[in-house]
Design a protein around this ligand. Structure first.
Ligand SMILES: [Zn+2]
Length: 223
């Protein structure tokens, strides 16, 4: 069961106080998407995962928590351009603005997940924001590569990161790169992880850039 509650938050940057809805409990039922987006009902609560301050525009999962990098960036012209970018839905702009703070904090993982949430918001809006969703995923892919170059993980393991990278490449129509990467990673994977790589390989060969859930495990073979 999903339960919601109103929360009063004081912005840690400007002191503005506002009320937002937050969920206090939820659950997920079914397989996640290949990019680890959770299944319903958790996936439907994405708008409760970010707050935007009505005073200064600061965006964060919790407005009372502030990274030092935010103090010199929020409210500046670059930040305001992100907040008002009409190429993206307003909620996606909030996630992208938060990602920009994470980037300036050297938090590549935080930047990736906030950018990926922006992509999910665009996905939910359908065709008019298809290009915006791809742009978010290209940025997320860059965060993953930058993070790996610095020895950071984006998920719980390097192999799980590989699978996320495959989906980001496939959703941005880099099908040849997916095929090469999937084939080289397959011998190093087993079980569910190998099945996901096989699924990505098959989708890439079909030129399929759509959203798919993790399929039930099939035979433990590939070619
Ligand atoms: Zn504020």
């Amino acid at each position: 069961m999903t339960t919601m509650a109103q929360r009063t938050t004081r912005c840690g940057l400007c002191g503005h106080t506002q009320q937002d809805w937050m969920y206090t409990s939820t659950y997920a039922c079914g397989a996640p998407d290949l990019d680890l987006r959770p299944p319903p009902f958790e996936r439907d609560l994405i708008d409760a995962q970010i707050q935007r301050c009505g005073g200064c525009g600061y965006c964060a999962p919790r407005l009372d928590k502030v990274r030092p990098a935010a103090r010199h960036w929020v409210g500046g012209p670059g930040y305001l351009r992100l907040l008002g970018d009409g190429a993206f839905p307003s909620l996606a702009c909030s996630f992208r603005a938060h990602a920009s703070i994470m980037l300036r904090s050297g938090d590549w993982r935080g930047a990736l997940w906030s950018t990926l949430r922006a992509a999910w918001v665009c996905d939910d809006q359908g065709l008019p924001y298809a290009e915006a969703a791809q742009a978010c995923r290209r940025t997320a892919l860059g965060c993953l590569c930058e993070g790996h170059a610095r020895g950071r993980l984006m998920t719980g393991s390097l192999k799980s990161d590989w699978l996320l990278e495959l989906d980001l490449m496939r959703r941005t129509q880099q099908f040849d790169a997916v095929i090469v990467a999937a084939r080289s990673s397959l011998p190093l994977l087993a079980g569910t992880e190998q099945a996901v790589a096989v699924q990505q390989l098959a989708l890439a060969r079909l030129g399929d850039a759509d959203c798919h859930r993790v399929a039930p495990a099939g035979p433990d073979t590939y070619n």
